[in-house]
Write a protein that binds this ligand. Structure first.
Ligand code: SF4
Ligand code: FES
Length: 739
């Protein structure tokens, strides 16, 4: 630690810190454009010049490390003169178009110009103009406004790992452009909008829709990824205008994936369902809420009486809130059935009794970046969990990553070892790694806990590639084995989980997996699974899994935010099953929901930013949110609809007044039984059998919201036209800039 003085205030700070970092921690404002705490230091804008006693020139605060006894003045006449001179240079070419610029009112250049700029420019020459680039459907460009801070360039090469933006030309002719005039295709591209200090890069879908000062900001949580991304929702007059990241170092840092940023468009631009609808023969008719819910309750009661409660099933979705999923299972169980599930893309349920209380990553999300060895099994992480992939990319600055996949993935991080094997062979591959580890003397004791493992591995052949991965994990002091969505959806997922668990245990690694939607963990805790009640409570007889519901068929279905054909891996088979049912009620936000093909009653519910609730991420972090806007028409929050349905069915304890009441009830049950459910070893009964490894669903088809977001649907990634030949991995992948 060293002691320095900033503006007369003495402070102790870590040696090697930059002046700007210490000033920020003290709340001392230094103007800056190119500096960003998550990017490397470029020091090219010179806006952060400060006076340092004993120096003959002003120094850039972002690139000057502190030294003991340093005396810094950020507001002296000398420092201010330097800052004003830089500002004058920057404004030579920056257009005076603030009144029509989307960034107006929240522009860093505008703010600094107010403080350091002059009222009248001394330059009479013409300003330079730069042609705008079309960089795709998500980002609008006004490149004349660019001040060449290179934040967008550094984001691509350092954080996203995909070189998309670059600087071409020199001096006054410098331009920021995409390589060979292509559109930006990264799954996290929208972050350059937040990084751009001026209005050169703005969000295309919300262009010209509202001024910054007209909007109200609410906080929420994204529904698509299992890390629990924090959002700022900007609204004007009850309309969502745009989304931006809310900083949270435990989850999303300061970033947002494009899926999280633009999926709100489904709520504002897709056809919304505004009124309950009832099927009359082949026609659909609007009915009122009372009639719709009474009809639903009476149909469910009739089917229960006529065919027994086991003919009723509830199907939820991991994008639904914990409260909604809890009430769904409470209704189904209240009617006497345990047929409730949300695992729409799981093919193998054989090992469900050996699973932990809820899907867990096994380490803190924020610790992903400090792993020194990581083994990814069946994970195309960039397309499954884009922000987790950014953390893994950071880990590769000092650590090693290996993967097992069915095809070569275009990752944004370097792989040390890559096993590309048919899905059929994945169990054998993991078994070979396990065998090598089981032969290591240090594992003699640990093996006792893996009943039957050694017999299982007798005929397994170990190759050098397996030894390399095993050794990589053993050598790491901070290592992890992570199953991705392709492994979770694999037809031998139960065996893969057990073998991955053995690999992790025998190599001293953590073990966990990435799960579907934002709330798979919440769905487990809420009891939206057929083999356990809320908080892992045991059930007398396991209900039917999603697969059994589809295979056996049910007389009555309650669908919550689920389009069976598009959301489940049983697709057409699931739709055919729903068409055979006597009664289907679907809770959906959309007037073009697939449920109109097979439902009898369709109930309009609020979308994800229109309702209060909570999501639980893969670290078990429970994040609550309130509605940012109200739902259109007669749509109501799903928890309220289910609550009233529970009342009409005369089920006990359905008198909730708020979503928080429901959440408190689930949380209240956690202490009683929750901690008793632990993941257990169960030896696979064989390694060689026919297996299928489904292609992971396209990131922009993963749920009802992204499927209906027009801008996302126009991207090359949504249309399967991503240019895989472009330079994917930045050669700067090991750069140490940023945090
Ligand atoms: S486009 Fe924006 S972020 Fe990129 S260099 Fe220009 S001013 Fe900086
Ligand atoms: S912020 Fe320091 S030089 Fe740009």
């Amino acid at each position: 630690m060293v002691t320095i003085e900033i503006n007369g205030q003495k402070v102790e700070a870590e040696q090697g810190s930059m002046i700007i970092e210490v000033a920020d921690s003290m709340g001392v404002e230094i103007p800056r454009f190119c500096y960003h705490k998550k990017l490397s230091v470029a020091a090219n804008c010179r806006m952060c010049l400060v006076e340092v006693e004993g120096q003959r020139k002003p120094l850039p605060a972002c690139a000057t490390p502190i030294a003991d006894g340093m005396v810094i003045k950020t507001e002296s006449g000398y420092a201010k003169d330097a800052q004003k001179s830089v500002m004058e240079f920057l404004l030579i070419n920056h257009p005076l178009d603030c009144p029509i610029c989307d960034q107006g009112g929240e522009c860093e250049l505008q703010d600094v110009a107010l403080e350091c700029g002059k009222d009248v420019s001394r330059f009479t020459e013409r300003k330079r103009a730069v042609e705008d680039k079309d960089i795709g459907p998500l980002i609008e460009t006004e490149m004349t406004r660019c001040i060449h801070c290179t934040r967008c360039v550094r984001f691509g090469r350092e954080v996203a790992g995909i070189r998309e933006m670059g600087a071409v030309g020199r001096g006054e002719h410098t331009e920021i452009s995409t390589f060979i005039e292509k559109s930006v295709e990264s799954e996290v591209s929208g972050n350059i909008i937040d990084l751009c200090p001026v209005g050169a890069l703005t969000a295309k879908p919300s262009r010209y829709q509202a001024r910054a000062w007209e909007m109200i900001q609410y906080d929420s949580i994204a529904p698509h990824d299992c890390i629990g991304t924090n959002l700022h929702v900007h609204t004007r007059r009850n309309e969502i205008i745009r989304l931006a990241p809310k900083e949270n170092e435990m989850t999303n840092e300061v970033w947002l994936s494009d899926r999280d940023r633009y999926s709100y468009e489904s709520l504002t631009k897709a056809k919304r369902l505004l009124q309950p609808m009832s099927r009359q023969g082949s026609e659909w008719q609007e009915i009122d809420w009372e009639a719709a819910l009474e009809k639903t309750a009476s149909k469910l009661n009739m089917i229960k009486e006529a065919h027994g409660p086991e003919q009723i099933a509830g199907i939820g979705n991991p994008i639904a809130t914990t409260e909604e999923l809890y009430l769904l299972q409470k209704i189904v169980r209240g009617l006497g059935s345990d047929n409730v599930d949300h695992r729409l893309r799981i093919a193998d349920f054989a090992g469900q009794d050996y699973e932990s209380l809820y899907p867990q990553l096994g380490i803190q999300i924020s610790h992903l970046e400090s792993l020194d060895s990581c083994f990814l099994i069946g994970s195309n992480m960039r397309k499954e969990q884009p922000l987790a992939a950014l953390r893994i990319r950071k880990a590769t600055r000092h650590g090693l990553v290996a993967s097992l996949s069915a095809h070569k993935n275009f990752n944004n991080f370097k792989l040390k070892h890559e096993l590309v094997k048919s899905g059929q062979d994945w169990c054998l591959q993991l078994a070979a790694i396990t065998k090598y580890l089981s032969q290591q003397p240090q594992n003699e004791e640990a093996l006792v806990k893996f009943d039957g493992l050694q017999d299982l591995l007798v005929d397994v052949t170990v190759e050098q590639e397996h030894i390399d991965i095993a050794q990589m994990l053993v050598d790491g002091t901070n290592s992890s084995v992570i199953l991705g969505l392709e492994a979770v959806e694999h037809s031998q997922a139960s065996k893969l989980r057990q073998l991955a668990k053995a690999v992790a245990k025998l190599s001293g690694s953590s073990y966990g997996f990435l799960s579907h939607g934002a709330n798979s963990a919440g769905a487990y805790l809420a009891g939206a699974i057929p083999h356990r009640g809320p908080a892992g409570a045991s059930v007398s007889d396991d209900g039917h899994t999603m697969e059994q519901i589809v295979s056996n068929g049910k007389k009555a279905l309650i669908l919550l935010k689920t389009e069976l054909g598009k959301d489940s891996i049983w697709s057409e088979k699931a739709v055919a099953m729903a068409k055979q049912a006597d009664f289907v009620v679907a809770l959906t936000s959309f007037a073009d929901d697939e449920a109109f093909e097979y439902a009898d009653i369709v109930l309009p519910i609020a979308g994800y930013l229109e309702s209060a609730g909570s999501y639980v991420n893969v670290n078990g972090i429970w994040q609550e949110f309130n509605a940012s806007v109200t739902a259109p028409g007669q749509a109501k929050p799903a928890w309220k609809v289910l609550r009233v349905l529970g009342n009409l069915l005369k089920l006990k304890n359905f008198d909730y007044v708020s979503a928080q009441d429901v959440m408190q009830e689930v949380k209240g049950r956690m202490g009683a039984v929750g901690d008793k459910v632990k993941s257990k070893w169960h030896c696979p009964d064989g390694l060689v059998e026919a297996a299928t490894c489904p292609e992971a669903v396209n990131i922009y088809q993963s749920d009802c919201y992204v499927r209906r977001a027009p801008a996302l649907q126009k991207t090359a990634m949504a249309q399967g036209q991503e240019d895989l030949k472009r330079p994917q991995l930045s050669p700067f992948h090991n750069i140490m800039g940023g945090v």
